[in-house]
Design a protein around this ligand. Structure first.
Ligand code: NG6
Ligand code: CA
Length: 516
């Protein structure tokens, strides 16, 4: 259906059913607003998918989405790490505006203000049933969480009707699922305690008890041991509630499918936040050895299978024609992120970042430029778009789709671009990596001087830090090899002026220090 006509139709019907009795309302809800699903991977790189050029690694199910929808070649996460990206995805605000938007510990307080506008809140106001299944990593509670009681505020207080989450990351305690604010499967006689400063007396750790480990830590990750894997942070108790890493993908998939089945008769929004291929990479036995690339490749194969199975549910239920799906990743790829899992050794010819420079944590392109696919059977025409799109714009764009005026601070409406109707994406975008920022405008990227290390040694990723300004033209130099700052002062000054105008006084303390 023509997009504009569709929107007018949605608006008229929405106006109509607000004046109807509840049974008429229900009837119309079924045929009006589309379901919306965000499928969000963790640390999946620009080059990790078949649809984005991978050949050694096969991702047939995600490729179906890419081939049947719009595959964006210039799609961005808002940060090169998880929590800031997810913050921006849900709030439409640049993470560098919030000084606490950094990689959060498992006991960090909720990062989103409960008064802030969020994507699920906006959709809820429009009558959607909203849910999150998977990785949260946006903090919980007010700083002193008792994991044995109602854990609040959390996702349910910022717009989600339903939540089934892991609190932070697979490598951080507490290693339990939390459903609607309560630890799932917890035995009250075996209470959970979490501490990020010190261990509980007598509890084994990866550092002191390497003989108990089935997966050895490489850097960090030497605290409490759960399921033979040592984590970040200390945890005690909660035995019956602890997750089994190898079953995590299936657990999230089952919950995501159940969410769809339970709410298929009215508009729903699902944020399906897969944990793969973040460390520790623990594919189920069904996928072990499938790619020859070790756990990282196998975890991506597993994620791809999960997405295929999930899409089959939508198909079987006849929902694909009425569901807008967005697939992306929270940041770029990393190989050794703290465990000896052969990600480097077994990589072979595969290039997780494609032809981009850097990776997770980096201000270079591979930090934030990620797979970005939109799919809506029968509504979005298949194609490839080179328009610059950012996850930060999903709030304003989806608001437009459902007829809401709500917006986040930095979120702009690019609905037509997401629908493949226009190629005119963002003019400019601030890129972020652990509070350092850069500017992309058109084909150009400017990275301000930064005295931080050029290379993150342990993960072996170039961070984009240089004591001098960097200026790259991505059209000719996608791998960011030729710094044109000295040879093109006019462009450099134009970029600096725009960057300063956008960032204003919001420069973070870290950056000011590093720029001094
Ligand atoms: C880092 C962890 C890394 C990963 C990252 C968060 C160490 C040494 N490294 O601090 O393993 O957990 O945080 O990743 O602890 S993210 O994708 O959730 O941002
Ligand atoms: Ca991540």
């Amino acid at each position: 259906m023509n997009h504009l006509v569709y929107k007018i139709y949605v608006l008229l019907v929405a106006l109509y059913f607000f004046s109807c009795d509840s049974s008429t309302k229900e009837l119309h809800e079924k045929t009006t607003l589309p379901n919306i699903i965000i499928i969000y991977a963790d640390d999946l790189g620009y080059g990790d998918l078949g649809a984005y050029g991978a050949t050694a690694l096969k991702t047939p199910n995600i490729d179906v989405l890419a081939k049947g929808g719009v595959r964006f070649t210039n799609g961005y996460a808002s940060s090169a790490t998880c929590s800031p990206s997810r913050y921006a995805l849900l709030t439409g605000e640049y993470p560098w505006r919030n000084k606490n938007a950094k990689i959060l510990s498992g006991s960090a307080p909720l990062l989103i203000d409960t008064l802030q506008m969020t994507l699920p809140k906006m959709l809820k106001q429009k009558g959607y049933y909203t849910g999150i299944v998977g990785k949260w990593h946006l903090g919980l509670g007010n700083g002193h969480v008792d994991w044995n009681k109602h854990i609040t505020p959390g996702p349910n207080e910022v717009g989600f009707d339903y939540s089934f989450i892991m609190a932070a990351t697979q490598d951080r305690v507490p290693t339990v699922y939390i459903q609607n604010g309560f630890v799932s499967g917890l035995d009250p006689n075996d209470p959970i305690e979490v501490n990020y400063d010190e261990n509980f007396p007598g509890e084994p750790t990866g550092k002191d008890n390497p003989e108990l480990l089935k997966l050895k830590w490489h850097h960090g990750h030497d605290n409490s041991i759960v399921n033979g894997i040592s984590r970040i942070g200390f945890m005690k108790g909660g035995s019956s509630a602890k997750w089994v890493d190898e079953n995590m993908a299936d657990t999230f998939l089952i919950k995501a499918k159940k969410f769809v089945m339970d709410h298929k008769n009215k508009p729903f929004f699902l944020y399906y936040a897969l944990q793969q291929p973040h460390v520790p990479r623990t594919p189920n036995a069904r996928f072990v050895g499938k790619t020859g690339m070790g756990p990282r490749g196998d975890a991506i194969a597993e994620a791809d299978w999960c997405i295929g199975d999930f899409l089959n549910t939508l198909k079987d239920e006849g929902l694909l024609e009425n569901t807008f799906i967005i697939l992306s990743s929270d940041n770029g790829p990393v190989l050794n992120d703290g465990y000896y899992d052969n990600a480097v050794e077994k990589l072979g010819e595969h290039t997780p970042a494609g032809s981009l420079r850097g990776g997770k944590y980096s201000l270079f392109e591979a930090g934030t430029r990620v797979p970005f696919i939109t799919y809506w059977k029968g509504t979005i025409e298949p194609g490839i778009s080179d328009a610059i799109v950012s996850q930060i714009d999903l709030l304003a764009s989806i608001a437009d789709l459902v007829g809401s005026q709500k917006q986040g601070t930095d979120s702009q409406n690019f609905l037509d671009v997401l629908m493949g109707k226009s190629q005119k994406g963002r003019d400019e975008l601030v890129l972020e990596a652990t509070t350092r920022t850069a500017l992309r405008k058109g084909d150009w990227v400017m990275i301000p001087p930064n005295n931080g290390p050029a290379l993150a040694r342990e993960v072996n990723i170039e961070l984009g830090n240089e004591p001098e300004y960097q200026l790259y033209n991505l059209k000719d130099d996608i791998g960011q090899q030729n710094n044109l700052a000295a040879s093109n002062p006019d462009k450099l000054n134009e970029m600096i002026a725009l960057y300063t105008k956008i960032k204003g006084s919001a420069n973070t303390e870290t950056e000011q220090l590093e720029l001094k």
